[in-house]
Design a protein around this ligand. Structure first.
Ligand code: PEP
Ligand code: MG
Length: 330
């Protein structure tokens, strides 16, 4: 079975009815790019840059060290797109105590506190350093910048201002960068999904972080085992937000991707295809099983069942009964 999967590595990810799907990899450190390529990734959909900052007791990485890390991923991936997320520190990913700044560890409720883009906007020096490093690396590949946990237009405007400032600084110093580097937002707070219309004009692309989106939609801590049975990707509220986010993003002529664990779960592949999702990003080890699922799917047939599934009180059971035959069950 493993051999069969490995043979899929060079096969195009295309459904039975000829729809091309982009399968990207999530990585945590630059060295993971090789693993992503070995698994046949068409790009990096999520480089969690905070891993460069974690488990460091002393100083945090400066512009040069970050630049080298981002550039090495861009160079490893060549023509393939590389989506690098700005630091998503706080909550389940704290900085070491005693490091330059541990404010993100001190909130009353870290999941709802100063984390991700909120932290970056509270630390403009750090944020500008990261943006300059990212821009410099953009001269060495197809780099895209992704902002975590954004939920307010005000935040989007501030991010754009800092990006412009970093660009001006590099331009003044004669340092090359991609003038058209795409800037995307993660939809991982329900507010961002609900108010997507007002955020979309500020985003070149959208990546849905289902790990957090499920946590915040259902008020179920993603890491709390006492409530892990309530952490349900099939909850109608979650499906509604996913469907809406994908549809609105596509209607605006932009790309929607999912980079949460959902994207790597073969039980959900059919549903996500039915919703119109055409880009998935996942742990490299999930790429081949998901590709196998895609090769057996027929988007046209899957789409027909979507309204019944979305209006069902038990979407998972409805999907299973409607799709028996459309795609072999797992
Ligand atoms: C997510 O929330 O789905 C996501 C991809 O980000 P992280 O898991 O790093 O919070
Ligand atoms: Mg997240």
């Amino acid at each position: 079975d493993r051999d069969r999967l490995l043979r899929l590595r060079g096969t195009a990810a295309q459904t039975l009815d000829g729809v091309d799907i982009s399968l990207h990899a999530n990585i945590e450190l630059p060295g993971d790019a090789a693993t992503a390529l070995a698994a046949g990734a068409a790009g990096i959909g999520l480089f969690r840059s905070e891993f460069l900052f974690m488990q460091r007791a002393g100083s945090l990485p400066g512009e040069e060290e970050q630049f080298q890390a981002y550039r090495s991923v861009c160079e490893a991936m060549g023509e393939r797109p590389v989506t690098i997320r700005t630091i998503d520190i706080g909550a389940d990913k704290p900085l070491e105590r005693g490091s330059t700044d541990s404010r993100a560890d001190r909130g009353l409720n870290p999941a709802m506190g100063l984390r991700a883009i909120r932290w970056s906007l509270a630390e403009p020096t750090m944020f500008l350093t990261q943006l300059r490093a990212l821009l410099r690396a953009s001269a060495h590949g197809r780099l895209r910048i992704l902002v975590p946990m954004l939920m307010h237009v005000r935040e989007a405007l501030q991010v754009r201002q800092y990006l412009t400032q970093a660009q001006n600084e590099l331009r003044a110093a004669g340092i090359p960068f991609d003038e058209a580097v795409p800037l995307g937002i993660m939809v991982e707070v329900p507010a961002a999904a609900i108010a997507l219309d007002v955020l979309l004009p500020h985003a070149d692309f959208v990546s849905i972080g289902t790990n957090d989106l499920i946590q915040y939609t259902l008020a179920v801590d993603r890491a709390d085992e006492q409530v892990s049975d309530l952490y349900d990707p099939w909850h109608p509220a979650v499906l509604h937000l996913l469907q809406r986010t994908i549809a609105l993003t596509h209607r605006a002529g932009k790309t929607a991707s999912i980079c949460g664990e959902l994207a790597g779960d073969p039980q959900l592949t059919d549903l996500l295809l039915a919703m119109g999702l055409r880009q998935f990003s996942m742990h490299p080890s999930r790429l081949l099983p998901i590709k196998q699922q895609i090769l057996r799917a027929d988007c046209g047939k899957l789409e027909q069942a979507l309204p019944d599934i979305l209006s069902s009180s038990d979407p998972q059971a409805t999907a299973q009964s409607l799709w028996r035959g459309a795609t072999p069950l797992h």
